[in-house]
Every structure is written in C-alpha cells, then in structure tokens.
Design a protein around this ligand. Structure first.
Ligand code: G4P
Length: 525
C-alpha cells in the first residue's frame, strides 16, 4: 500500500446531463472553487454553439480545443479532483459512455423546469449498468420549475434510482429564497444576481427557530417546516454505503449560474464520493493499492493537423504508479511501450509529468498503437473488462468513390474506428463495409476526415437496420445460422460475429427460431 496517501486524496468523476441543463455552467463553478480559473473560459468555448454555420464544422472546431478540457484536474481542500468532460451532443453519446467507464462517480444535473430528459435517461442507464455512485443536482431553481416533491418522484420513477435530498429549496422562481441544509441544519439564503458566500449561510439549530420566519417570511417558513417533517419521515439519515453501492443518490437543489448551492454540493462530494475503486479484469479484481502499475485507454483524440497523424490516448491509471520513461506491457499487442512525454491536465494547461497515481488520467502520444479499451500493465497479462460497445442506431454502407485510394480508405476506416468515432462492421467472408453510429453527425465527420486526413472519398448508403446484436453459440449451430443469414451477419473490429436485424420483429423471430444462439446487446458477454 505504498501510495495510499495519493490514492485517498483523489476523486475522479464526470458531470452528466441532457444538453442545456447546466453542465458547462456547473463545471465552470467547480473550476472556480478549485482555482483553475482560466480553464473555465475554455469549457464554455468548448461547447457546441447553437445555430453555428454547420454543426459538424463546429465539432471540428471543438476537436481542436477540447483536449484541454477533456480532463480538468484541480485541488480543493487538499483533495485532488479529476473532472472528466463528456460531450453534450447526443450524436456523440458513445464517447460519453466510454468516459463513464473511467470515472468512480458522477454528478447528474437535472433542469428543474424540464425534469428528466432523453439524454438523462440514457446516461443513467449506463451508470446503472456499473452501479456508479450518483449525486443529483437539481438546477435552475431561480426559474419556475416543477414542484420539488414531483421532481423527486419523476426522477426516481424514470431513472429507477432511490433519492435522498440533502438540501431542500424554499420556494422557486422569482420567489426562490434559498435552500435548507437537512444535513447540517443550516439555512443558505439566495440573493438573485449575487454570488453565494458563506455570509449567506445562517445556522438554524431548530426549525422552530423564529429566525427562520424572520429570514424567509411566515408563509415559506411554515411550508419548510411541513416539508422538512415529511422528508425526515420518509428519508431519515443518508447511508453512505447505499450511495457508494449506487443504490441511493443524494440530491442538492441550486442554481449553477448564480453559483448557488454549488459549494454545498462540492463539500459533500469531497466528503462522500468514492476514491479510486477496484477494477474488474479478465483475471479478477485489480485494487488501486496493488503495487504494480496498470491502466486502460478510454479515449483517443486525433490531432487536427492532417499532416501529423499523431493522436493522444487517454490512460486511466488503475493501480500502482505510472512513471515516465518506464517500459510497460501493451497487453493486446504483446509488446513493450514507453512514454517520454506523458502529460497531465493539472493547473490550467497540460504539462509533462513524471508520475501519476490511481484515479489520474494521463495523456499519451500515440502513433497508432492504441485502440479504445487497451490495457497497459507492468508485465502482467490481463486486460480490463467493462468497456462494451453498444449497438449503433444508424447503419450505412460505405461506397468507395475512388478505387485508386482503396488502401487509404481501409487505413482511415481502421484508425477512425480505433478512435471510437464509429463502429465498423465487415461482411463475414466478404468485402462489404458497414458503419454504425449513434447519430447522423458522425457520418459527416467521418466523410470529412477520411477525405482531409486520408485522401479517401466516400459516400454512404443508408441501410434499414434496427440493431446490431453480437451472437454466440455452439460452433456448428453458429455456422448454420451464418450460412442462412449471410446478408445480415457481419464481423466487428475484433472479428466477433454480429447479426444486423431489420426490425424488432425480425430479431424476436430469429431468437425464437434459434434457441441455441445467444443474441447480446453489447459486445461484452
Ligand atoms: P449544458 O452544458 O448542460 O448544455 O448547459 P449550460 O451550462 O451551457 O447551460 C445552458 C443554459 O442554461 C445557459 O444559458 C446557462 O446560462 C443557463 N443556466 C445554467 N444554470 C442556470 C441556472 O441556475 N438558472 C438559470 N436561469 N439559467 C441557468 P444560455 O442562454 O444557453 O447561454 P448563456 O448565453 O447564458 O451562456
């Protein structure tokens, strides 16, 4: 347990939300508390601007600057916090899913006016798969939103998680007066347009305190007393273990843009959020306290400059100590690799580091050695699991417009799929290539990048598939199935068999007709 002190001061997490709920604003407030002020501006410019000339050109612009905000490391009250950025645009949801494999907890921002939205639902599904601990921030209390009890109800039902409010709002919209902290029994008063400071915090030892009526008025004081009684009856004390196991999510109310309720949440976060956790591998659990280094690649970011095809691979350190210039084992390629200029994202800009500890994210220059999901170790032969591919939602066949550039096209497609931009399916025993994505924007990005970076010109022909399912089963049965369903069976990037279903009905029929074949909705089974 050589590095226990380093491990215990680290918290690695992501903020997730449906676009416009307030993720960027909250991120900026966190960075301000952490003293990393300059990065705050970058977070904003990193956001895909609404109504920009072309969404995908905007994404290209963003790609140039988003390395700096991919990981934001700051110190707060002696803790070292790694905040991993997730793209807000729904077409890049897969990127977000992968980033979620590299964090130990998340903060979910919910807009008090809109409640649970589409992206909230999907992101939480991914968190549920891994039992990731979640803290909920209900934002925009300065607007007339849904009633707090209704919001809790909606979130619990729609996201299938139990909630436990730690603060409670006093009114909302124009009448918003602040929040009552149910945990330390203090009152935090809200003044519109002013930043929350400690002076606004009024300790109230007992809700019967007349000071409460004085501060918020008789009517709101009476309502708060009624609410608080109801809350204590329903929720009692928060069991930290339930939070850490992903069973219960503490809830805070506030207004990110007014920096209200943010500090309370951050203070609770550093108190209860998990430090780097154990990680599953194909050979059992790896503990952060294990002496030997290990980590995995969860994101690959290509440089914008087409003349240099250098990429940056993001490594999450899982155990031991990562050191500069030391040889590590690249498990998939079974070879040694070393890095002379690994960098961290501390203190406003990236800087070369000598070492890193569990929970940290290190940027590694890569000339094409890495794929998403790759494991690095100090000699050991295991790989980290829990990084599945999900079925894409849109499928298109690749049409090569320039046969002279076939080689470049193959290379480009391979590298872009290694980066995780899209999933590539190749016809089993054939040449057809199908690209699967979550959103249409990704196809534009692929078409543009293939041309710009590889000189390969392609068109896409839309295909009417509904889902990709990874299939397994006894060899003979699988061979028979593949023979009968040739047009629908492809191979993924690792050579696994994938069945593309035209509709839910087709999929169900095939499942019924082929009880010996298993259909999986993710690539990990
Ligand atoms: P996102 O990253 O989740 O997409 O959301 P972002 O923080 O960019 O916030 C979306 C919009 O909501 C922004 O307004 C932001 O100012 C606003 N907002 C954030 N927190 C609050 C809050 O507590 N109360 C209110 N009333 N609004 C909030 P915008 O007009 O889209 O952008 P901007 O011009 O203000 O930057």
């Amino acid at each position: 347990m050589k590095y226990i002190n380093e491990i215990n001061r680290r918290k690695t997490f992501a903020i997730i939300s449906h676009p416009d709920a307030g993720k960027t604003t909250l991120t900026e407030k966190f960075l301000l508390f952490g003293g990393a002020i300059q990065v705050a501006g970058a977070v904003k410019s990193n956001k895909i601007k609404k109504g920009a000339t072309s969404d995908f050109m905007e994404i290209e612009r963003q790609r140039g600057i988003s390395v700096a905000t991919s990981v934001m490391t700051f110190e707060y009250k002696d803790m070292l916090i790694n905040l991993l950025d997730t793209p807000g645009h729904k077409d890049f949801a897969e990127d977000t899913y992968r980033t979620l494999t590299a964090v130990d907890s998340v903060i979910l921002v919910v807009d008090s006016v809109n409640g649970v939205e589409e992206q909230t639902r999907r992101l939480m599904e991914v968190c549920r798969m891994r039992d990731t601990p979640v803290i909920v921030f209900i934002n925009k209390m300065d607007r007339d939103g849904k009633f707090p009890f209704d919001l809790l109800d909606e979130i619990e039902k729609e996201l299938n998680i139990s909630l436990h409010p730690l603060t409670w709002p006093i009114n909302m919209g124009k009448e918003f007066k602040g929040v009552y902290n149910l945990y330390d029994k203090s009152l935090n008063l809200f003044t519109p347009g002013q930043k929350a400071t400690d002076e606004n915090s009024v300790p109230i030892h007992d809700l019967a305190d007349k000071l409460l009526d004085e501060k918020v008025g008789d009517r709101d004081a009476a309502q708060l007393r009624e609410d608080a009684e109801l809350l204590s009856g329903v929720y009692g004390d928060l069991d930290a273990e339930d939070y850490l196991k992903g069973r219960v999510a503490p809830v805070f109310f506030g207004s990110a843009v007014n920096n209200f309720g943010v500090k309370e949440m951050l203070d609770t976060f550093i108190r209860i959020a998990p430090t780097p956790e154990d990680r599953q591998t194909d050979k059992g659990l790896v503990k952060p306290t294990d002496d030997k280094f290990s980590g995995f690649i969860f994101k690959i970011h290509a440089n914008l400059d087409p003349r240099h095809r250098d990429r940056i691979a993001f490594l999450r350190v899982c155990s031991g100590r990562f050191e500069r210039n030391k040889n590590y084992h690249h498990v998939r390629l079974d070879k040694d690799v070393r890095f002379s200029a690994p960098y961290s994202f501390m203190a406003r800009q990236k800087e070369v580091i000598d070492d890193a500890y569990p929970g940290d994210v290190v940027g590694l220059f890569d000339t094409g050695n890495f794929k998403i999901g790759d494991t690095l170790t100090e000699g050991a032969d295991f790989y980290f699991t829990g990084m599945p591919s999900f079925s894409p939602e849109i499928f298109k066949e690749v049409v090569n417009k320039d046969p002279m550039k076939t080689k470049q096209l193959e290379k480009g497609l391979r590298q872009l799929t290694d980066e995780g931009v899209a999933q590539l399916f190749t016809q089993h025993n054939g040449n057809r290539k199908i690209i699967g994505c979550v959103g249409d924007l990704q196809f534009e990005v692929i078409q543009y990048r293939l041309l710009q970076e590889y000189g390969a010109s392609v068109n896409f022909v839309p295909l009417a598939f509904y889902k990709a399912c990874w299939i397994t089963g006894e060899k003979k049965k699988l061979e028979d199935f593949v023979r009968f369903k040739q047009a629908n069976v492809m191979e993924d990037k690792d050579g696994n068999l994938v069945y593309l279903a035209q509709s839910e009905w087709f999929l169900n029929t095939e499942r019924q007709n082929n009880p010996d074949i298993e259909f999986h909705f993710t690539s990990e089974f």
